[in-house]
Ligand binder design. Structure first.
Ligand SMILES: Cc1ncc(COP(=O)(O)O)c(C=O)c1O
Length: 397
């Protein structure tokens, strides 16, 4: 099948939620390189939206996938014990603040569960707290509750009638706005330590510390959504670790499975102790295959200090980007290997990413006219140099 055949099928049968897609279909990958149907190679600096941290066909992912498939058990249900699930839960707890973990299939599902945990935490104590405050320009997912928590009118407007109550958003990095929004029914504040979809905007360090102090003072829970920032990407296993701020609940997904769908809710024992049998569950969440792949990938990344690699490579890329002399780049921001280039409003990020694709480089965009880079963490310095050269060329076109 060629690309035009696929486009025809897609436009005839697939729900039009992705509109006109980027005109390429990748069929093979190796390291940080993707290949389309004609065998054209592309260096990837987006990793399937910050997912494929180990790139393509990495033995820690492919090997675990094949081994588990050959064992013949992909899924048994959560009625029974699941060995890689138990081991992955231990690995996450030993490397984070968390005491307990629950696995989901996606980031949105993890966030739904996180909000349920917060609600149940107070319900179990006879408290009337249930409301969730999140930030403008945040992104937490596409389910009804996560859309209600997502700070973009665009996502909420058509579904307003169905959105659950109890959600509100305030400006990001604005402590006073948060203080003013809290009332006696507030259960949790939910934030990304760095907004990804919203434009690659890191939280101010003092802001996050002040939010933690505010939560402590008011008896409110802090939920950090690390779906995009987690799993070594920003230069530490989870981004919160660089802020010196510990959440009560945290969510993870994307890089957690390095391409295999899996999400996680991580919680302190204080929160987890209020959760009882039947409060939450999932048929597929935490299934054998997803956990086996994630366990293998996570062990590999932790054992080989991919956090340090992300920090070093990210600093290199960031410096190279900042050194580009172009009036089209207004700002370069981010942490580790999650970097945004702020472009002027008359130079659409989508246009620049199309020019890069033509030159054999995959980059993404984020809202606010930002070119978003989230390369596989295995990318080489030579590949990053080649990208910088292509970017300069594209900017000069
Ligand atoms: C911070 C954040 N939270 C949640 C989600 C939703 O994750 P998923 O698409 O896996 O449901 C995303 C996806 O981009 C995200 O960036």
């Amino acid at each position: 099948m060629n690309l035009s055949d696929i486009k025809t099928l897609d436009s005839q049968y697939f729900l039009r939620v992705f509109g006109e897609r980027t005109p390429v279909c990748f069929v093979r990958g190796e390291g940080s390189t993707l290949y389309d149907q004609d065998g054209k190679a592309y260096t990837d600096l987006f990793a399937g939206i910050a997912v494929n941290s180990l790139g393509y066909n990495h033995p820690a992912v492919t090997g675990a996938l094949i081994a588990q498939a050959q064992a013949g058990v992909l899924h048994t249900s959560n009625i029974y014990y699941v060995q890689p699930q138990a081991e992955l839960a231990e690995l996450l707890c030993k490397n984070t603040f968390a005491d307990r973990v629950f696995f989901s299939n996606s980031g949105a599902e993890a966030n739904e569960g996180a909000m349920k945990l917060a609600c149940k935490y107070f319900y179990a104590q006879g408290s009337k707290r249930y409301k969730i405050i999140s930030a403008d320009h945040s992104f937490h997912g596409r389910t009804l509750a996560t859309v209600a928590a997502t700070g973009h009118d665009y996502y909420q407007e058509p579904f307003r009638a169905l959105l659950p109550k109890g959600f509100m958003q305030v400006p990001y990095n604005d402590l006073d706005a948060l203080k003013n929004a809290i009332d006696e029914e507030t259960a949790a504040i939910m934030l990304e330590p760095m907004q990804g979809e919203g434009g690659v905007t890191p939280a101010d360090a003092q802001y996050l510390r002040d939010v933690r102090a505010l939560c402590d003072a008011q008896g409110i829970l802090l939920i950090l959504d690390e779906v995009q920032t987690g799993v070594c990407r920003t230069g530490s296993l989870y981004c919160y670790q660089q802020y010196g701020v510990t959440p009560d609940i945290m969510t993870s997904a994307k890089g957690l499975g390095c391409g295999f769908p899996i999400g996680a809710i991580l919680a302190t024992e204080n929160v987890a102790s209020k959760i009882s049998r039947g409060d939450h569950g999932s048929t597929f969440g935490g299934n054998t295959l997803a956990c086996a792949v994630s366990l293998s990938a996570m062990r590999f990344m932790i054992d080989n200090d991919f956090s340090a690699a992300a920090k070093e490579k990210g600093a290199y890329l960031m410096n190279a980007l900042k050194a580009i002399d172009s009036d089209k780049i207004l700002e370069v921001r981010g942490m580790g290997m999650l970097i945004g280039l702020q472009l002027p409003s008359d130079y659409p990020a989508g246009q620049l990413s199309a020019k890069l694709l033509k030159r054999g480089f995959v980059a993404g965009t984020a809202s606010g006219n930002v070119l978003r880079l989230a390369p596989p963490l295995v990318i080489s310095y030579e590949e990053m140099d080649a990208f910088i050269a292509a970017l300069k060329d594209a900017l000069a076109e």
